[in-house]
Structures are given as C-alpha cells and as structure tokens.
Write a protein that binds this ligand. Structure first.
Ligand SMILES: [Ca+2]
Ligand SMILES: [Ca+2]
Length: 360
C-alpha cells in the first residue's frame, strides 16, 4: 500500500500525468488529533496523558534533578520541568534562561523591514548577548519560523519561513547566528543558538507569520486543527508545518523525508534511531543496529548537519537535551497504561515464598 502511494507520487511529480495521491486518512482526520493527543504522540514530559489528551502536570511530579532556570517574570525555578509545568497553567510565564535570574536579563525577538508587523527579517537579542543579531538563512526552516511567530504572539505560527522582499533577500548577514528548534517550543529562547566561524556568504532569515485574513486558503489547502491552512503537499512529510502537528498524525504513508510510525504518524526521518522514542509504539528506535546517534545532535549543532563541516560554537544551553533527559526519567505511559513493564514475582503461599513440592 505504501509502496503503491510512493510510486504514484513519483510518477505524478516527474511525469505530471495524474493527480497526486492522498496520503491522509480521512476517517482519522475527523478525530482532530494534535500534538496534545496522547493516543498518537507522547505528551511533553511536563504534561500527563488523561483520556487521550495531554494535560498540565503538577510540579511535584517533575524529577528533582536538573539545574535552576529563570522565567521571563524573573522567577527562579528548581529546574526546566518545574518551570514548564508552571507555564502550562500560566502561559504568560515563559522560559528565559538556564541558570539564575540576574537583573535586567532579557531575550528579544523582532521583525524588521516588513510591510506588515507580522513579517520581515528576524532579529534576536540573546540573554547574554550585547547586540541584536540576524539569523542565518541557510539552516532556517518552517520549524524555527513557527516558533518565532508563536513567540511573537501568532498562535498559528508561520505561513512561510521566508519573507518576500527582494532588497532584504539580497542583503548579507555575515555575523548571523544559527538556531535549531524542535518545533513545539513556546519561546525562541528554548531553542539552541550557535555561531559558525564562517557565515560570510549568508543572507538573513525572514519570516511571514500566519494571518488568515491576509492569506485565504487555496483549493489544495489542508486545514490544520488550529485553523491554519497549509498546502496539501506539506502533509505527511514529517515536518510539523501546522505548528500543532495535525498535518502529520493521520498518514497512511509518508512523503520522502518522513518516517512512518505504525500509529500512522509521520516524524522527520532524522528522528529515526536518534536514541529517543518518537513513535508511540517505539518503532522508530527498532532495528537500529549501528545507527544509534543519540547525543550526537546536541550542543547547538543543527540536525542533519554534516559532521566534517566547520565547527559551531553553542551560545546557550540546549534545552532540547534537557527535555530529552527529563523524558528519559519519566515512565513512558500510553493512554494511562504503563508500557513495557512486566515484573515477575515469586508466588507467595500463606505469606511465605513458595517452595518446590517434593515427593515423598
Ligand atoms: Ca508537514
Ligand atoms: Ca527517535
């Protein structure tokens, strides 16, 4: 079935003689699954799964370990998980920095050169940075663009991870920074920033945040559960274009670049054999002999980056690694059922361990 779909996609895209096959499962779409549907995906480690939906966890259920973090309200939290449980209930309080709260610390994101306030070239000021910096275009994707737009208050994320202004595109940004997000961060400060030695040929990253009234849906649009419209060609490719993952959760197969979980979810191909269970049944981490690459995509180095490229210097702590660490400390629970836990106990008879009966 999947092979049939992929072959059809190949011939349609190369030869253009037929309509593109539909990767989406219509019946499944009616369930309106999102990144918070724990029958499809794992909840964040600071959430719990209750009757199929991810809900806020209470802070005491977080692991005790981990370093302190500071929130945007300059409140110190014991660790990242505790801040995220608090943010879950008080969304105005977001992550600022790993460490203690020093006065006057700020993290800022702004868009410049746009015709609308919701578009333009992205500029950031890191907590420990003195100046605003551009982001490099070459490693910039819709995943990061969605986080930037959400950070700026656009709940549906980005329309494009580009900004269509010719003069801005021709501009150079030799001192730009790279940023890598997982895609579900609520603040850009949770993403990993790094600086390469040579960014002389770079142009600055731009974004057009999603405003429905500006961009009406086209006939081939897919409507995300959050109300955003994305091109149907962006469904089932492993990339969270919707921002709520609803373009990836009802797929009978995946387009190139996506890995198909048996739960009919598409995840990015590079999440396969990365040491973290992403498919709810763990099939992305099966049959990984010699392919494990856990802990190799950290320290602010962009996923998929070729290892022999110029080294990148991490500019902040990688909170995605911290998320993974917290997740690894929490028992994996699917739909209220603990997974993979089988304990064998000795039979007890009358309060005593059973002994082998001996014939006399
Ligand atoms: Ca997608
Ligand atoms: Ca994985």
């Amino acid at each position: 079935m999947r092979l049939h779909l992929l072959l059809l996609l190949f011939f349609c895209s190369r030869l253009g003689f037929c309509e593109e096959p539909d990767f989406l499962i219509k019946k499944c779409l009616s369930n309106r699954y999102t990144h918070q549907s724990c029958s499809k995906v794992f909840c964040q480690p600071w959430e719990k799964c209750v009757e199929g939906a991810c809900m806020c966890k209470l802070p005491y259920l977080c692991p005790k370990s981990g370093s302190s973090v500071c929130s945007t309200s300059h409140r110190l939290f014991r660790n990242y998980c505790q801040l995220k449980t608090y943010e879950c209930l008080h969304p105005e309080t977001k992550f600022l920095i790993n460490g203690t709260c020093e006065k006057k610390e700020t993290f800022a994101v702004s868009l410049e050169s746009g015709e609308l306030p919701s578009e333009g070239i992205v500029r950031v000021k890191l907590v420990n940075g003195d100046e605003q910096a551009y982001l490099c275009n070459s490693k910039w994707s819709i995943t990061e663009a969605n986080v930037v737009c959400r950070h700026l208050g656009h709940a549906q994320g980005a329309l494009h991870h580009r900004y269509a202004n010719d003069s801005a595109i021709r501009m150079k940004a030799p001192h730009c920074l790279d940023v890598t997000c997982r895609g579900l961060e609520s603040s850009l400060s949770e993403c990993a920033f790094s600086k390469r030695a040579d960014t002389h040929d770079e142009t600055p990253a731009g974004v057009t945040c999603y405003l429905r009234e500006v961009e009406p849906p086209s006939p081939d649009s897919f409507e995300c559960v959050n109300g955003k419209f994305v091109s149907r060609s962006k469904t089932c490719d492993g990339i969270n274009d919707c921002g709520d993952q609803s373009d990836e959760l009802c797929c009978r197969a995946c387009r190139p670049g996506g890995f198909h979980c048996t739960s009919d979810v598409c995840i990015p191909e590079d999440h396969r054999c990365d040491g973290e269970m992403d498919c709810i049944l763990g099939d992305d981490e099966n049959n990984c002999k010699g392919e494990e690459s856990s802990e190799t995509q950290d320290q602010g180095v962009h996923r998929g980056e070729v290892r022999d490229q110029e080294p990148a210097r991490a500019l902040n702590d990688n909170m995605d690694n911290e998320r993974r660490r917290i997740k690894s400390l929490i028992p994996q629970i699917t739909c209220g059922m603990r997974r993979n836990i089988s304990t064998r106990r000795k039979r007890i008879l009358g309060g005593k361990a059973a002994v082998k009966a001996t014939r006399t």
